[in-house]
Design a protein. Structure first.
Length: 317
């Protein structure tokens, strides 16, 4: 079983500006699923023009966008892109995505947009990109704005710490509860020995570790972020220098860790992170602008089967 170690002493550790896709801010969703109607309301609903979406009585919702129906077949194909806790929720999310897609396609047709797709881009993606570029003003972050963001968030912009680490891996399968319980007990027993005699680390690593680094007394060399599996890294980089007082668990088992040296990260100068800051701020503007644009399309459309928030929502204000 591998330990995920990216090196055995020479360095490493256990770890075997394009625009983003359109996403709406989570704090201002466009759609809400309609509640089920009571029996007394059923007759009124039957007579009303809108048709409810995804009630328990319906296998598929019946939604329309300016008279254009969203077919059950299209919803079924879209389901795979919307994993959810329940089928009803997945159906709702799939239908919601298709409603937005139809709104965009209708606006593209209305404007008569014709574009040439770029490499790796479908005709629909190219047309949607052209529509957004044409209709949504997206001011780009200037240097003064980026400088202000940097000054207000300097704690975010540090180089990663550098650690010199030794470890002993008590390996066990991630899905074997009994084996993991035994490995945890063994790790704790070895840790008790190391607490009394830390100089025995290399000896115990060679005798018990399931990592190839045991040949170097468990030494992993210098480790920076991104070189280990995430669950191990999150714990490792919080450790002070010295023997860790408890086993660290990862998908590979339980690790006994000794941090020989810890070099803290350094403040990064503005010039080193200006591009990252600019991309992040531009992405925020992009998402807000597209969200507002979609809400305007929704407010102007005749949509049946989904309750829709329009231009009076907090995002639009």
């Amino acid at each position: 079983m591998g330990c995920g170690c990216a090196g055995t002493g020479g360095g490493g550790g256990c770890g075997g500006e394009t625009r983003p896709a359109v996403e709406l801010p989570v704090e201002a969703p466009l759609f809400e699923e309609l509640p089920n109607e009571s029996d007394e309301q059923a007759d009124e609903v039957q007579q009303a023009a809108p048709v409810l979406i995804a009630t328990s009585e319906q296998e598929w919702p019946r939604a329309k966008v300016n008279g254009v129906a969203i077919s059950p077949e299209a919803i079924a194909r879209q389901l795979q892109y919307h994993p959810a806790d329940t089928r009803n929720e997945a159906v709702f999310l799939a239908t919601q995505a298709l409603v937005l897609r139809e709104l965009l396609q209708q606006r593209i047709a209305e404007l008569g947009l014709q574009v040439t797709a770029e490499n790796g881009e479908s005709e629909e993606e190219a047309a949607t990109r052209a529509l957004i570029e044409k209709e949504i003003p997206l001011p780009l972050a200037d240097d003064a704005t980026c400088q202000q963001y940097y000054q207000s968030n300097q704690s975010r912009f540090f180089s990663a710490p550098l650690l010199a680490v030794r470890h002993i891996l008590l390996g066990c399968p991630a899905d074997d509860d009994e084996a993991r319980s035994l490995a945890r007990e063994q790790a704790q027993a070895l840790l008790d020995q190391l607490a009394q005699a830390p100089q025995r680390f290399a000896e115990l690593a060679e005798a018990h570790s399931a990592c190839p680094s045991k040949a170097q007394g468990g030494a992993l060399g210098q480790i920076s972020k991104g070189q280990t599996v995430p669950e191990f890294e999150r714990q490792l980089f919080r450790l002070p220098q010295g023997l860790c007082g408890q086993p660290l668990e990862s998908r590979y088992g339980f690790h006994l860790v000794f941090v020989d040296q810890r070099i803290e990260g350094q403040q990064l100068p503005y010039e080193a992170v200006a591009g990252t800051i600019r991309a992040e701020l531009n992405q925020r503007v992009w998402q807000i602008g597209v969200g507002q644009y979609l809400q305007n399309l929704v407010a102007a459309a005749n949509i049946e089967g989904i309750r829709i928030q329009g231009a009076e929502t907090p995002l639009m204000q």
